[in-house]
Write a protein that binds this ligand. Sequence first.
Ligand SMILES: Cc1cc2nc3c(=O)[nH]c(=O)nc-3n(C[C@H](O)[C@H](O)[C@H](O)COP(=O)(O)OP(=O)(O)OC[C@H]3O[C@@H](n4cnc5c(N)ncnc54)[C@H](O)[C@@H]3O)c2cc1C
Length: 421
Amino acid sequence: MPNRERRRTKSDSHGMHALVLGCGPGGLLAAAHLAERGATVTVLAPDVDQPWRNRYGAWLDELQAVGLAGAAAETWVGPRLQTPRRDLALDRTYCRVDGEALRASLRRRIEANGGSFRAATVADDAALERARVALRADLVVDASGVPGRSPGPTPVRWQHAWGELLQLRDDGAFPAMRLMDWRPPEPERDTMWRARPSFLYAMPLGGGRVFVEETELIAAHPLPLDVLAARLHRRLAHEGVEIAERLEVERCRLPMSIRPAPPTRGVVDFGARAGMIHPATGYSLTRSAAVAPRLAAAVVRGFAAGARGEDLAAIGRARITTAAEAPGLRLLGFGADVLASFDGPEIAAFFEAFFTLPASAWTAMLSVPSSPWPLAHVMARVDRRSPASIRRRLWRMGWQRRNELVAAFAAGLRPAAEENA
Ligand SMILES: Cc1cc2nc3c(=O)[nH]c(=O)nc-3n(C[C@H](O)[C@H](O)[C@H](O)COP(=O)(O)OP(=O)(O)OC[C@H]3O[C@@H](n4cnc5c(N)ncnc54)[C@H](O)[C@@H]3O)c2cc1C
């Protein structure tokens, strides 16, 4: 069926028009699910025809769980955690996401269901209102990222990373994928690293190509990217890695936690703009993929039941973080603050304790759980395995924030009144 005809059929049967700002993973996932549920979708972004800027990685089982297994490119069984004392093969499979394939397939899903794309920027509330009226949109999903449309959210904590895609002289220089290498770049000289640690993430891509990234996991005042670049270069030189060519550079400034912008009437924020980033890892792709279907289902159902304007947006907002998930997220936020307080030896010791737990336990900490209890259980187990300085830190910070933690656990005890469909 030609697209125009299909669009009319969809529109006649359901009638809901959705305007989606942004065509990163968040925008395209939301748009695909809305279109498949019968909404007429217009995606508006300046870069509708351009590839995504970021490189994405994910745990294979998480991609499979959200129906995106087809987007996995290279996979690595047993990615490594390295510290000065340990070299662990983790019992889980990690993969590189083929961003271009995923972007193309989401785009096909949107267009096959009558959705369309327009290249434009919506700078602020006034421009949004004009676009909404022109497109007769019943709902706006704003996935314009950070900073995105103005007013935007305020980043509170950052992850900074300097990445390079390299062609090496020796194909065997990176025999395994390194998820986190917390060894100091130059063990004898790195006093600065001790105070402000960063780790190496390295994806060997075959044929002597490797993507390497020096990452400061989380900080309120992150290290400048040139400091991380210099560290990466010293680290590679120290390891004796011989570079034939630097093929690409990735500059990563990722807001790990945000103070959201005040909600705009009739608008649901989504993706990075809505703070849908894991507070301790910075991952968000699979989270957007998990939330997009329930968001789409709820707003289409709400529209069919007569909800309009702000009422419709409120239905959508309630599906971004469910009441069941909120306490676990608060606990993860606490965990992120603990991580941000560690020096180099402490963070290496923490991840040793964390990743020597069974994979089923640490896996719970890397996604958004529907209850704080499994997280608390894992935190207690990490605490028992950690050196005394880390245990003291955890207890001191826990005591300082006891009211917040008690509230999270109390909320975790309440049965969730809402459904997650
Ligand atoms: C370098 C980097 C690497 C990352 N790696 C991973 C990873 O490996 N795994 C993972 O899970 N997560 C990763 N993340 C985190 C997260 O997945 C990304 O930030 C992801 O891109 C967020 O998707 P998004 O669609 O919400 O926002 P974005 O990808 O930022 O997309 C925003 C979109 O909105 C558009 N836009 C901006 N302003 C406007 C405007 N005013 N009007 C209209 N459109 C606008 C932009 O052009 C873009 O199309 C990474 C982040 C960064 C920065």
